[in-house]
Design a protein around this ligand. Structure first.
Ligand code: GTP
Length: 482
């Protein structure tokens, strides 16, 4: 459907700050009118970039701009759409915006106003250019800060998510159709036939439920990519935790000193490691202490607590201290983390301090891995002084990130929490109700339950009745001009 009765909207789609270009977007039936007024020329030719002088209503030159016009419905919004690529000076942009605003003239039926958040995308949705999963994909794409987030957002943007949901919807619809035949022609079916059909639908729904649950599981695992993979450095004081953090973060985020126990509380540093958003926490050194240093005790307690909530735990041990006295408390804690199936890597740091050939390196690995009962493949021998072993450590960390986010086998998926809620609460809930009514041999209510699931998917893609209520939720998080 092509809406031409709505007011024409305009907005600055780039930031209002000194820059090379600023892009002003205009969408609606008055786009062509705005073009002719600003350029004082004939109506624009669609899809042809032209350089035009923009003028105010009094004929004053405002700027030389690159102008692009798209005739609806073949445009982003599905309406006539004009893009003015003006020079990115704040005063220029404001002057052009003011000139557009000045063209608003209700007495002539010319309705022009500044766009609201996400209004261009909302029109694209209303005009059937995209479904809601694609629209949300566009938002995730804009929000993506790292390479993995960008890839995850692509699955929605490219329409993969839309197709997946459409497939699920059809599948449920087919099963509703099967049940409907029983309801409509129930008296003509014998009871065994009805039971058999009911059982077939039941099996189909169980299968679909498992697919949706797996999908949700993957979404949850992928979510870590958005929030950042929580990584923690744990180890005794003076092991080199802060030094490692500084190398990974490429700056002096944490205080490094020779005095054991310099780090007293957790320092969280967000960094990008090979396209993964990671939040690394440097912690107070854990040692078995008899001293009554309350700050140190509290620091150790916090470090331990935080490690339980972390996705990846990196244990840092100074290789020159292979007697490992005072380490009981730390090792006991590591055992608990292992029981929780935490992803763990171990760093043996300060390799520059010992003189090793290949054989004694192996002896070191044997000794530490035996003591910690952690496989040698998880170990890294490094030196913060000469940087040795750091590359292999980061590669190993990336491998762990892939395991944590399940992005090793397939691309991660990011979908909005709105979609997750609807899948869990409407679609899967509908299945639970279906099982309940099936057990009661109530075909009618079982069928209604599946319709609830279909409606849930409709709300996700935007095909549901009463869709207005969800539009507000989706578009309010967009920026103006999108
Ligand atoms: N020789 C050598 N010294 C290192 C290495 N890494 C760190 N150091 C030194 O070890 C000392 C302690 O380093 P930090 O990075 O502060 O250690 P930490 O584990 O954060 O210490 P706490 O804050 O006490 O828990 C500093 O003097 C560092 O310069 C290394 O690979 N080789």
């Amino acid at each position: 459907m092509y809406y031409s009765t709505r007011p024409t909207i305009y907005a600055l789609s780039t930031h209002l700050a000194r820059s090379a270009i600023g892009i002003i977007r205009i969408s609606g039936s008055m786009s062509s009118h705005i073009y002719t007024k600003l350029t004082q020329s004939q109506p624009p030719k669609p899809r042809l970039a032209t350089v035009k002088t923009l003028r105010s209503s009094k004929g004053k030159v405002l700027d030389e701009a690159l102008v692009l016009y798209f005739k609806g419905p073949a445009s982003y919004t599905g309406e006539d759409l004009l893009e003015l690529h003006v020079h990115g000076g704040v005063a220029i942009i404001q002057a052009v915006l003011k000139a557009i605003k000045g063209l608003h003239d209700p007495s002539q039926g010319i309705h022009i106003r500044y766009a609201e958040n996400g209004e261009f995308s909302q029109r694209a949705f209303i005009n059937g250019r995209f479904d809601l999963t694609e629209i949300e994909g566009i938002r995730e794409m804009i929000d993506a800060e790292t390479e993995t987030q960008r890839i995850a957002a692509l699955s929605s943007l490219s329409g993969d998510t839309k197709q997946l949901f459409a497939g699920w919807r059809n599948h449920i619809l087919n099963n509703v159709a099967l049940l409907t035949t029983v309801i409509d022609f129930g008296e003509d079916h014998d009871i065994e036939e009805v039971n058999e059909l009911f059982q077939t639908v039941n099996d189909n729904i169980i299968q679909l439920e498992s697919q949706i649950s797996q999908y949700l599981n993957k979404v949850r695992r992928s979510e870590v990519l958005l929030k950042g993979i929580k990584t923690i450095l744990l180890g005794p004081p003076n092991a080199g935790k802060s030094s490692i953090l500084n190398i990974l973060a490429n700056n002096e985020s944490a205080i490094v000193s020779e005095i054991a126990g310099t780090t007293r509380d957790i320092i969280d540093v967000p960094i990008d490691i090979q396209g993964y958003k990671v939040v690394i926490g440097d912690t107070a050194g854990i040692r078995t202490t008899t001293k009554e240093d309350q700050i140190e005790i509290e620091g150790i307690k916090r470090a331990k607590l935080k490690s339980f909530a972390s996705d990846l735990v990196i244990i840092v041990l100074p290789v020159n201290d292979d007697k490992m006295v005072d380490y009981n408390d730390l090792f006991e804690h590591i055992s608990t983390l292992k029981l929780e199936n935490k992803e763990i890597l171990v760093i043996l740091n300060k390799m520059d301090l010992i003189d090793v050939d290949k054989k004694s390196k192996q002896q070191l690995l044997d000794k530490f891995s035996k003591r910690l009962e952690i496989d040698q493949s998880k170990f890294h021998l490094i030196s913060c002084i000469n940087g040795s072993g750091m590359e292999s450590l980061t590669n190993s960390m990336v491998h762990s990130f892939k395991t944590i986010s399940l992005s090793e086998s397939t691309d991660p998926i990011i979908v909005s929490s709105r979609i997750q809620d609807l899948l869990e609460n409407d679609v899967l809930q509908g299945f639970q109700q279906f099982y309940h009514w099936k057990d009661q041999d109530d075909v009618v209510l079982a069928c209604e339950s599946l319709k609830q699931s279909i409606e849930g998917i409709g709300k996700i893609t935007g095909e549901a009745v009463g869709v207005e209520e969800i539009l507000g939720v989706v578009f309010s998080s967009f920026c103006i001009g999108k």
